[in-house]
Design a protein. Sequence first.
Length: 686
Amino acid sequence: MRSLLASTAVLLALPAAALAQQATDDLGTIIVTGQTEGYVAVNSVTATKTDTPLIDVPQSLNVVTRQQLDDQAAYSLSDVLRYVPGVTVGQGEGNRDQITLRGQNTTADFFLDGVRDDVQYYRGLYNLERVEVLKGPYALIFGRGGGGGIVNRVQKTPTSADAFFGSRVSANSFGAWDVSGDLNTPLGDNAAFRLNAVYEELGNHRDVYEGQRFAANPYLAADLGGGWRAGLSYEYVDDDRTTDRGVPSLNGRPLEGYRDRFFGVPEVNRTTLEASILKGRIDGELAPGLSVSTTVLYGDFDKTYANVFPGGAATSQTGTVPLSAYVDATTRETLQLQSNLVWETTTGPLAHRILFGVEYGSQDTANSRRNGTLSNANLSLTSPVFPTVTFGALARETVSTVETLSAYVQDQISIGERFDIVAGLRFDRFDIDGLDLLPTPDRPFARTDEKVSPRLGLIYKPQPNLSLYTSYSRSFLPRSGEQFLSLTTTQEDLEPERFTNTEVGLKWQARPNLIVTAALFQLDRTNATTPDPANPAQSINVGETRTQGLELSATGNLTDRWQISAGYAWQDAVLSGNDFVRLAQVPEQQFSLWNRFEVSDRLGLGLGVTHQSDQFAAIRTSAATTRLPGFFRVDAAAFYDLSDRVQVQLNVENLLDETYFPDAHNNANISTGAPLNARLTISTRF
């Protein structure tokens, strides 16, 4: 409540003079999110916090537009990111989004319209305009974390251009179904209201899996006149689903022949989330060439998950599997305030776009964990009987408060028509103050870090549609980790982890609606830690790691009727000086290609393929580390317009019925890929 009152006060304190102006312009879209055409995004505000052509961004950036999300029938970030080169999806213990970017595993580097959204949960796509994936450290723009990159979700916003209503009804062959709606209505000439909502019944190929998710997002926007615009958004999410940590391993490989078998306890394996997210934003012009934007985000999250899962490898193909269990509960209240001033000016022959920004963040977190006792801690593979489970005394109970204060400056300098420079510095002060409630007496923990993070990019444009660039960027992660649940006595004395990225690349806008990119990079992580393969709840220090790689992508129209989204990544992620120790969940080779071809004005066809080479489920420290085999997966789709307002769509996943293991959480928790399945969708727009 304290944070909610603070956020309301900040909103009321925004420039009052703007509220007195009379609106004269059409509202349009309240927030500039960049131009898109089909699968192509031309501009982005994510990478620089200014509306910048992608060709002028000196770092890797992949954008997945709304049309591509719809064409691929994507329902989760995992669905989206499997088609983004250089990103691997983690299992997330069956209760959260978790990914690896350039060798850096993360549950926290997620943002909503450029504002931090680091709570552990599954994020929906129903209210998004696009998803943007930035590669490499981005502390200048986003602050702590982001060692391998970040994922930014760009929200749908109201428009006064027209009134419309869209709906989608969908069902798949596993019995899952959903219904969603998107309503936009102008409120006079100077305001608009938009409501997105979804209800889902969940289901998949596993023999025990179910769940429901409901989410609603009303959004009100207004043109305040005089170049000022404001928006207020509220999102409510209620998610209740089975937690599933897949199958165990056997002799360093996933256990085969048990693709659908559930290694948990029905009704015990459960995760619930209730979240309320309030976001306000105001944008305006202070003077010609001088604009300001301020965003306030308040979030209240209450999450619980219980897990019974394989606690180790199977004894044999028909033997037993050891089980473990725990229940974890987290509440978090967060307030994020971000304000940016953009000044466009010239000094002699140089054109400048200068960004001045400040951020304040506050997070109050309470977390507890109880370990479970099973009536039978070994599950028979041939005669499985679900054990009973009881959860005992608290194994962990902590409360923590995190406060961050940041200031940054960035200058985008144009030297004539051929040379650009992007340079900036950011200062972060990070304070964590917490209490471990289990010892007697309570053990307080605290640490303060102050870090300066630089960024430098050089761009040469031999022709207007081609840029060659080189860049250097840096980021850091405090020793309290990504979720700030605890800080040991040893960690209190350790410097933050540091990430340093150097990159060279090119971006070529081969056609107005076709962009080709290439990047070579090296990312070094110092003071690195990783989950202990023998005890994933604990971390071990591994020293310095290095990820080197190549990323290629092509997105857009090859012809007037043929759209593609293609990507390739080669990555080598190792402990520096020791090539045997390889980082977890980083396949050496990745490839993806999605095609949409318009057969006629009414009929379209889609075909996609994804490939991952072998990867390790955990950091390889011995020959016994579990290796996930490589795989190819083929997807297909057909789109048919029954009328100008109604479309029928059929998506088929895993068309060739490949047996594969797409991701893992550790050596003994490995996800199984779904067999051939289909999803039928009917969409309307009025």
